[in-house]
Design a protein around this ligand. Structure first.
Ligand code: G6P
Length: 369
């Protein structure tokens, strides 16, 4: 087992550090910015179904559902196709409306999640075309779908999903850009810009991983907190949800992720001088709005920890702790901004003496409903 962990103390940490490579593997042979080309072999036969889709329904659970939320923003922005992201467990039991022209995308690391599989079978029985985004080759979900793209992240052992999540984001971004290119909803120039940007992601993730020691220090200061709030907007909203999920999964600290502006409709009541509030506040189109949300938290004496874009001056001046990640296009930021949150939850859990690779009550793949 020590050998399998490759010198890391836990599988989770190893998998967090594998991300530059797993993201690169996921793009290998599929993306070529110099040619403006995206080749997703497993989709080719069915890609026109996605191009002509009137609506995309994404079904998933857990972390995969968060990847689906990022994809919603991505598909709507670049493909102009309406997207709905569904918890598979809800979708399967509520007699959902599935029309001709709807296309379903199922996301699953294991490819074995019972609720996601049942949601696929239901959608199929209503005539929908189903695409799969799975990590495990030959898994039940991969076999149940009409077409799909594997994430090629390699085996993920830690129960809390890390490298599978970023690989899902990578695949979904490639699918969306490929659809946008065919649909003509993106200019060649914008497409080129994004493809070039995608190729830089492994190096930027590498850079974000250099935050490890800094995050360890912050973790030591917050390890005894009883609650955490994670806030983000736009593409960073699902990242806030994912950060909170990671923390509660492995450290057993109660954590809530919220869209930053929605905070005033509830969570703001929880804020006092003991509440850590993690802002995913990178420089994007909602930056100014997030600045005012930070002010709202500070006014109530919350302890602000911010993830910002390198070189930002304003938010660091307002925060108690700051970690800087490299600049990336808004739509690809989740690939980088999630890294410090994975590390934060990891270190806090280790410091609390928790079993990070096999947290209590959780399973790597949930094959029962
Ligand atoms: C379990 C795992 C999570 C995972 C979720 C969905 O709860 O502990 O890490 O996100 O299932 O799993 P899937 O394999 O379908 O992505």
């Amino acid at each position: 087992e020590a050998i399998e962990k490759g010198g890391f103390e836990h599988f989770m940490l190893k998998e967090i550090f594998e991300q530059p490579r797993s993201i690169r593997d996921c793009m290998r042979g599929r993306l070529d910015s110099t040619q403006g080309r995206l080749v997703l072999g497993g989709l080719s036969e069915y890609i026109t179904k996605l191009v002509n889709a009137e609506r995309i329904l994404i079904v998933a659970c857990g972390t995969s559902w968060h990847a689906g939320l990022v994809a919603e923003y991505f598909f709507e922005e670049f493909c102009r196709i309406p997207v709905e992201v569904e918890y598979a467990s809800e979708f399967r039991y509520r007699n959902p409306v599935i029309r001709e022209g709807d296309v379903v995308i199922a996301i699953s690391q294991s490819g074995e999640t019972a609720d996601t599989l049942a949601a696929i079978e239901l959608a199929k029985s209503k005539g929908a075309i189903i695409f799969g985004v799975c990590n495990v080759v030959g898994s039940s979900i991969a076999r149940a779908t009409h077409a799909g793209a594997y994430t090629h992240a390699g085996p993920e052992i830690g129960v809390a999903s890390t490298k599978a999540f970023t690989a899902q984001l990578t695949v979904l971004s490639m699918i969306a850009l490929s659809v946008a290119q065919r649909k003509g909803t993106i200019t060649e120039q914008k497409l080129h810009e994004l493809l070039v940007e995608m190729e830089t992601i492994p190096a930027k993730v590498e850079k974000a991983l250099l935050l490890n020691d800094e995050i360890k220090k912050i973790s030591a200061l917050f390890k005894d907190s009883r609650n955490f709030i994670y806030l983000g907007r736009g593409y960073n909203f699902p990242v806030a949800l994912e950060g909170a999920l990671k923390l509660k999964e492995i450290s057993y600290i109660h954590a809530e992720g919220y869209p930053a502006a929605e905070m005033k409709h509830g969570p703001i009541a929880l804020i006092d001088e003991e509440m850590p509030v993690v802002f995913i506040a990178t420089r994007d189109s909602s930056y100014e709005k997030v600045v005012s949300n930070i002010q709202e938290v500070k006014a109530r004496k919350g302890r602000v920890i911010s993830v910002v874009t390198e070189g930002d001056k304003l938010i660091p001046a307002m925060s108690e702790f700051v970690v800087e990640v490299p600049a990336v296009h808004d739509a690809l930021m989740p690939l980088v901004s999630v890294i410090p949150l994975q590390l934060l939850s990891y270190h806090i859990a280790v410091m609390r003496g928790c079993n990070v690779d096999q947290p209590r009550n959780l399973a790597k793949s949930v094959t029962v409903e």
